[in-house]
Structure formats: C-alpha cells, structure tokens
Design a protein around this ligand. Structure first.
Ligand code: ATP
Ligand code: MG
Ligand code: MG
Length: 380
C-alpha cells in the first residue's frame, strides 16, 4: 500500500489523514514543529522544508506527495518531484503562490478579475492607485493567508500608511494593488481533477469572512444554475491549463450576477469542510483518490450544510452535539488569537431545518452574529 506524504501538518493534513484511514492508506506528515496537529492522527516527520536531508527521508518513505498549505518552497516541491510523484505539480503550486501570476492567468483564460497592478516602488503605488481608483487593496503577492499582508486604501490619504505597512516587502515577496470589489456575495467552488483528467466540482458555497478570516460557509449557495455553470467552467479551464491533479478551490466575488476570481487555493479548502458530512464524497477523500490515480467519488450534496469556524478557542460542544445533524471537529490545537482551532458542520434535509438548527446553536453559544447572515440567506 502506498504511503501518502503530506508537506505541512495543520488541520488540512489532519483531515486528509482521517479520510485516508478507512481506505487503508498509510500517511506521513512533515512539519517544522513537533506539535503539528496532524501528528495526532498520522506519523509525523519534523524537519525544515528546505532541508535536503529531511526531504530525502520524506521521499524515501512516501510513495506520493501532496500539500496542506500553498507556501511550500517551490524549490522543495521541484526537488521532491524529481524523486516521487507530487500532486498538484510544482508549476500549479508556483502559479497559485503568486497573486500576480494567478490573476494574470485568470485574465488569460477569460475569467473576470478585479483590476490589478504590480507594485514595486512608492511611485508605482501612487500611479497604481490613480489607475485602479479607490477604494482598493494593497496585498503582498506571496505568503499571505487569512487576510494577513493586506492594507485597505479608502482614499489617497491612506497611501502613506499602506506603504509604511507593506512597502518594505516590495522587494522580497512583492506587492499587488487590487480594486476593491463591492460584491453582493462571496462564493467558492471546490473542484477536483484526477490523474486521468476526470473533473468534478462540489456545489457552489457561499462564504462569510470576518477580519479577512472565513467565519461561515453555506452549501449549496442560493444561486442560479447559470452561476454554478460559470464557476464550473472557470474551475475546469484553470485545472486543464495547469494540468492540475487533486482538489483546489477558486474563491469568487459575485457582483451583478458575474463571478470575479479572487484567488486559487491549490489544496483542500476551508470552504469545503462541509463536504465531510454534507456530500457523497468529501474533498479530503477525493483529494486522496486523485493523487493516487483512483476513480473519483460523486460530489453531489446530501441536503443542506453550514460550516462554522472556531477561531481562537473552542466553544462548548454540547449545543452542536445535541443537533440531529450536528458534527464537531476539534483540531487539537492550542488556543491562540486568530488561530483556526476547529469547526462545526450542521447538516439538514431542508433549508428551513438548517436555519432553525443554526439559530439554536447561535443562541446557545452566544454567537448570534456569526450565524445571522447565514440564517438570513436561508430565509431570504
Ligand atoms: P485566505 O485565507 O482565503 O487564503 P488571503 O489572505 O489569501 O485569505 P484574500 O482571499 O485575498 O486573502 O482576502 C481575504 C478576504 O478579504 C476575502 O475573502 C474578501 O472578503 C476580502 N477581499 C480581498 N480582496 C478583496 C477585493 N479585491 N475586494 C473586496 N474584498 C476583498
Ligand atoms: Mg489566500
Ligand atoms: Mg482567500
């Protein structure tokens, strides 16, 4: 039996390991820290991703490699790919690591994107703001996640502060200025492509962020077949161009019935956690099937599902566990401000039942503001 090696030992690796167990898979996780939470569910190799000796040990034990985060050094992915199969491949990873490269690709494929300009100097930032207009967002091209490495520019008076916050990174990770999209909704499509090119998507998911961090996801998103078809086309075009293998998510803004691409996450995605209980096959199982070259599982939904993220610390579990369709996920991480430590998924056969369950859980946990936009959408 092949051992699946995962670079990165966070909750995504943990959920991949859990999905692999019933299929008899052996897993190996590599992380830089000994308390990586995936280590509670799979053998853990502690090492630096740039250290050849550590990578060599990883490659000697794993039959195939994949990732739980997108910021794996590109050279390490390349190095590994000369020794064992690596999915997604280093090229797809490299494109998704760089906001400028990914947005350029979106545009090339005819996928609508917010205005964007590469920014390398203070003078270039002035020119970029003049070109894109305000409001806009200055972002690091690389290494950002959970809204880190971003600065919102509401008027020209904010340019100084934006440069003071991020200018020092212009020469290292690079900067990009994006137009601020006054979207009606944020959506994502989670997709999977097998080694043989078989391609599937899960139903569109609507997402709510608080301070740049995902707070809640609802699936299926209340949207037309036309919108789902748009999302599927964009995801398929990307997957085929990148010869992508595995699961990825395309984050989208919906404005005036048009989808604009925000970013491509080259891995299983937080907005797809609901698929564990809410779909015939979860994103984690299908990612493993894809990287192993196995047939993909059906992606159809089982009713309606909402995922709530627990950020910073875990709430009490009782209210969720009491729900007939309530599922509790604790990643076994130490509490820390802003850290994703767990999530809950509520699943129900009807929108009405899901809305009622969410209201009960929100009230019991004192988290009415977290559930309110989802309940409103379900009732709307
Ligand atoms: P992730 O954790 O999803 O990888 P990230 O740090 O890569 O996050 P983005 O996805 O670029 O960051 O931005 C985080 C959130 O900030 C978005 O989901 C959206 O809510 C908001 N946002 C980002 N860019 C824009 C934009 N151009 N217009 C409007 N809102 C935006
Ligand atoms: Mg991102
Ligand atoms: Mg994002």
């Amino acid at each position: 039996m092949t051992t699946v090696g995962i670079l990165g030992g966070g909750q995504l690796a943990r959920m991949l390991a859990l999905a692999g167990a019933p299929m008899g898979l052996r897993m190996l996780v590599m992380d830089t820290v000994a308390d990586a939470c995936a280590g509670q569910c799979a053998p853990l190799l502690v090492g630096d991703y740039r250290d050849e000796a550590a990578l060599a040990e990883f490659a000697s034990k794993a039959g195939v490699a994949t990732f739980d985060f997108e910021n794996v050094p590109a050279e390490s992915a390349e190095w590994l790919s000369r020794r064992i199969p690596v999915f997604p491949g280093p090229h797809a990873l490299a494109v998704a690591q760089d906001r400028l490269a990914e947005k350029t690709l979106f545009r090339e494929l005819g996928i609508p994107v917010p205005d964007f300009v590469d920014v390398s100097t203070r003078a270039a930032l002035d020119a970029a703001v003049a070109q894109v207009g305000v409001p806009c967002i200055l972002k690091t091209r690389r290494l950002g996640y959970d809204g880190k490495g971003q600065f919102r520019i509401r008027s020209a008076a904010d340019i100084d502060a934006a440069w003071a916050a991020l200018g020092a990174q212009a020469g290292s990770v690079g900067l990009i200025l994006e137009g601020f999209v006054a979207f009606e909704r944020e959506l994502s499509v989670v997709a999977v492509r097998g080694r043989d090119g078989e391609f599937r998507t899960w139903p569109l998911t609507e997402n709510w962020h608080v301070d740049g961090v995902l707070s809640a996801s609802l699936a299926p998103a209340a949207c037309s077949d036309e919108l789902q078809a748009q999302a599927n086309l964009h995801a398929r075009a990307l997957a085929e161009r990148l010869d992508y293998v595995g699961v990825f998510a395309l984050e989208l803004f919906c404005r005036d019935g048009v989808l604009l691409a925000n970013e491509l996450a080259p891995r299983v995605h937080n907005s797809g956690h609901w698929t564990i209980e809410g779909a015939e096959t979860s994103q984690f199982e299908n990612h493993l099937r894809a990287v192993l070259g196995w047939p993909l599982g059906e992606t159809r939904m089982l009713g309606h599902a909402c995922m709530l993220n627990w950020i910073g610390a875990m709430p009490d579990s009782a209210a969720v566990l009491r729900e007939p369709g309530g599922h509790w996920h604790d990643y076994g991480k130490q509490p820390r401000d802003g850290r994703k430590v767990g999530h809950a998924t509520l699943r129900a056969d009807t929108r009405e039942a899901l809305g009622t369950a969410l209201e009960r859980v929100g009230a019991a946990l004192g988290r009415e503001p977290q559930v309110a936009p989802v309940v409103e959408r379900l009732r709307g």
